[in-house]
Ligand binder design. Structure first.
Ligand SMILES: [Zn+2]
Ligand SMILES: [Zn+2]
Length: 253
């Protein structure tokens, strides 16, 4: 098990990083100004990313009133146990994710993964988030993978693994556990019932899974995809399934 109490190295400002920045300066992907933190996002733009504030403790649905859980989780608890999202799916992050997924600007995904990765590390070190035994990227069907050229969830999981290691947290990425066995229509524009129908039997498991795993995806909206995967994992004996995403969109928008 990783030692979460190990001493955390200072994030910024160490001499090696400063020397590297002289050789390879970093420029912010949003404002194009030099960024000093050895990442392609400057501190000011990172501060402007929309943090997810009041939220359901279970599914991270943004809430306008103080409540532990949203109405839906109270009525019908989901198969997953906890969603962690540092950011709300809103500008400028929304455009960054579109550029990442559809315009092949992988640097956008990387800066968001690095930024959220630090939030995850902080939450783990503060005792607010448990460390899963494996990160499971939500898979793409191989046709979509061929067309897009990459699975965004896998890239995010790999960036999180790397970022968390810098904070003395080691979680392996197990990319082959979950597979998409049939092609599904894009979920956008479908209502909840149609999303569930669309996803029925869409995933399969190809390895034994540890007791505590974490699904990785880019954005969570209705939660239908991670709900389907979590149900499958629980049926296979998983005791706890968390979900980490870059951003949470409200179901009601
Ligand atoms: Zn900037
Ligand atoms: Zn909820």
């Amino acid at each position: 098990m990783p030692d979460n109490n190990a001493k955390v190295e200072p994030r910024y400002g160490d001499k090696l990083q400063h020397m590297l920045s002289l050789v390879h300066p970093w420029y912010c992907v949003l404002c194009q100004q030099p960024a000093r933190q050895a990442m392609d996002l400057c501190a000011a733009c990172a501060d402007d990313l929309p943090l997810l504030q009041q939220q359901c403790q279970r599914c991270a649905e943004p809430l306008s009133v103080v409540a532990a859980m949203c109405g839906r989780c109270q009525q019908r608890p989901p198969a997953f146990d906890r969603v962690f999202a540092a950011y709300l799916y809103a500008a400028p992050l929304q455009g960054m994710i579109t550029a990442f997924k559809y315009q092949r600007q992988q640097v956008m995904g990387r800066v968001l993964a690095e930024s959220t990765g630090r939030h995850i590390a902080d939450a783990i070190h503060a005792g607010d988030l448990d460390t899963p035994q494996a990160l499971l990227p939500v898979p793409l069907h191989r046709w979509r993978l061929l067309r897009r050229g990459f699975n965004q969830s896998w890239l995010i999981a790999m960036d999180w693994q790397r970022t968390l290691r810098q904070h003395a947290i080691d979680i392996p990425v197990q990319a082959a556990v979950l597979q998409r066995r049939r092609r599904t229509r894009p979920q956008a524009g479908l209502d909840l019932a149609a999303r569930r129908r669309n996803l029925r039997d869409a995933f399969s498991l190809h390895a034994t899974v540890p007791e505590h795993v974490c699904l990785v995806d880019d954005v969570m909206t209705s939660g239908s995809t991670v709900e389907t995967c979590a149900r499958l994992l629980k049926q296979a004996g998983c005791k706890r399934v968390d979900v980490w995403v870059l951003a949470r969109a409200s179901r009601t928008v």
